[in-house]
Design a protein around this ligand. Sequence first.
Ligand SMILES: [Zn+2]
Length: 401
Amino acid sequence: MFKCCKLLLLLAIIIFISSCKVSRVTTQPPEQQDSLSVKETVPTDTTVAVVQDSVEINVHRLLKDTLTIIGVGDIMMGTNYPDDRYLPPNNGAYLLEEVDSILRDADVTFGNLEGVILNEGGDPKYCRNPDVCYIFRSPEYMVQHLKDAGFDVMSTANNHAGDFGDPGRKNTMRVLDSLGLWHAGLVSRPSATFMIDGMKYGFAAFAPNNGTVSIHDLDEARRLVSQLDSVSDVVIVSFHGGAEGSKHQHVPRRNEIFYGEDRGNVYDFAHSMIDAGADIVFGHGPHVTRAVDIYKNRFIIYSLGNFCTYARFNLRGDNGLAPIVKVFTTHNGEFIKAVVTPVIQRAPGGPKIDHEGRVIRKLVELTEKDFPEVPVRIAPGGIITYIQDQNVTDALQGKSN
Ligand SMILES: [Zn+2]
């Protein structure tokens, strides 16, 4: 009987010690509580507690100090519709070779997939004359080139995603999935979450077009982004919006109507998404580059331009210039700096390094004109920094992390 009481007492002590350890672990900051679930990482926060003769080890994931996230604009590497004359030679394997080492050198690399991935068939949009009707159907082998060049995540929300109806959308998703490229933007796939090197990323993409997640429905977009924010370290938002062409390089801070279509109020949209928890906003759609903005210490670019657009695109003047933007953030997405690699496309297309750095000068000009109140500096070499006045930032923006 007495022996039994002693045993019970010992058991109670063990339970007490165990519960003390558990409560100590749960007082850590929330971002350090997640258990390591994928990829091998060296643990930085290892708690060892000895309870009687057993040893408990909790392994927590490593939070990287700095993340690098690359964004580029529109990608259409050639279309087999209306026929093969708009496909690049050698299956386009060479198209990204001058920039692939740059694209691979980041934690996450993003681009906008402009068009449909489909070898043949589908339901083409009605066109009276296919020669002057721009609808894009890229062969499946093109996606392997994207994978090989270092892309991790693609937007499928744009004005060409529905060019071949549902068969086109479904096959595009199937091929991206089969190669392990994350994607979002179609109504049937509004967002994606993924882990790279132990960091959790959330991604959502928006556009004003049928079948894509709407850039106009701000309430729904906010809901989606704040849900991603609750499960991710860094949330990347993509939008395809704004009027097109070199006459529309400025951000007007109102809805832009282009050929009778409301292409969104990209300024309001980007800021609303950051309010909802986005950390980086990559815009595209105008086929020219637009300004850079920093809001609540989060990075926005309003248009990344034509990045790799073969054969059916106007590449003259500013239409041929684009940045590869590499954004450096803290582990929770706060802006540290960005680096622009200037590229240029000459007809029929494919990005080449622009040793004259033209798009950097364009970014300086557009950003100074459109966002004079934002203390962002773009150096001639392409390094983007933000001069923070902490008092002003706190007062105006009130975001703590
Ligand atoms: Zn477009």
